[in-house]
Write a protein that binds this ligand. Structure first.
Ligand code: ADP
Ligand code: MG
Length: 297
């Protein structure tokens, strides 16, 4: 296992930022750590990277304990912090060379990571002259310098414009083919675009831990139907497997069902039995986005 977290609790004074959380990440896998602001994502990542200790519980990275084998954990991990502290006055190569010397990394590796992260066209510039997207690449290049097995990326795509977003997502996906990537985000689409699995955290507790495939399969189904007449919500709520009815416009209703069986035929029979005409009838899967909102309120 690349990452094992067992019953981690973190208190900041009297505030509980993490409440007894456990999960595992295997290699190679891209796992999204998804949660609204303040959920505890950065806190968990700082514990894994040995920046802060947990109040209780255990965690290992590459089977090394984050408390008793701090140095070995640090060499196993590449970390891109939420607020990536880059030195704006340094040239890209200068910055990477400086960090390479700290890590005792071979100088040839600098050019390797520059190429790997697509920094070549900008590598002669000062970091302060780079766009946010390229600064993130410098952060990623830096995290990859010592060729770690595990990458921990705290909100790597926040603040990027749509083009930069696509580039960085692709880069992370490429890296994730060989390495374990544990990345945090507060945006569901980021998870859909990059991850094999998602761990959803809310108020310091894990509310879901599922593969994206499983999530898609378990999704709610929404049937959108337009009748020729008004129908009381209470009638529609009597349909089997129904979880929600919403009158969106005149005689148009959005009915949410908690089943994978196509429910259109039931709605059709319902209309027939009640002498209603159907003017339109569509079915779609509820988005992961709406599911995330429901899980985290
Ligand atoms: P996220 O990264 O998911 O936005 P954080 O892990 O940064 O969440 O924060 C979780 C909670 O812990 C928040 O309520 C935050 O205000 C609190 N917190 C984070 N760091 C500190 C700290 N150093 N001291 C006190 N409270 C903190
Ligand atoms: Mg954070």
């Amino acid at each position: 296992m690349s990452i094992v977290v067992e019953n981690i609790t973190k208190m900041y004074g009297s505030q509980k930022a993490l409440n007894n959380i456990s999960f595992e990440v295997k290699k190679p896998e891209i796992v999204g750590f998804l949660g609204p602001n303040g959920a505890g994502k950065s806190t968990m990542m700082k514990i894994l990277t040995t920046y802060i200790p947990a109040t209780s519980g255990n965690a290992t990275v590459n089977d090394f304990n984050v408390i008793t084998q701090e140095k070995l954990v640090q060499t196993s991990i590449g970390y891109l912090p939420e607020h990536n502290p880059l030195h704006l006055e340094l040239y890209v190569k200068e910055y990477l060379a400086y960090n390479a010397s700290i890590y005792n990394v071979d100088k040839n590796r600098i050019n390797e990571v520059i190429e790997l992260t697509g920094l070549t066209p900008e590598c002669h510039k000062k970091i302060g002259q780079l766009s946010k997207g390229y600064r993130q690449r410098v952060g990623l290049a830096n995290a990859l310098l010592h060729n770690p097995d595990v990458l921990i990326l705290d909100e790597p795509t926040t603040g990027l414009d749509p083009n930069q977003l696509i580039d960085i997502r692709n880069l992370i996906k490429t890296i994730g083919k060989e390495k374990t990537v544990f990345l945090s985000t507060h945006i569901m689409q980021e998870v859909e675009a990059m991850c094999d699995r998602v761990i959803i955290i809310n108020k310091g507790e894990i509310v879901a831990n599922k593969s994206l495939d499983a999530l898609r399969k378990g999704q709610d189904q929404v049937v959108i139907v337009e009748f020729d007449y008004r129908v009381e919500d209470a009638f529609l709520l009597k349909l089997p497997n129904v979880t929600k009815v919403k009158n969106t416009h005149d005689f148009i209703y959005e009915i949410t069902f908690n089943t994978q069986k196509d429910m259109r035929s039931y709605v059709f029979d319902f209309a027939h039995d009640n002498e209603l005409k159907i003017l339109q009838l569509n079915q779609k899967n509820a988005s992961l986005e709406s599911m995330f909102r429901a899980l985290t309120n």
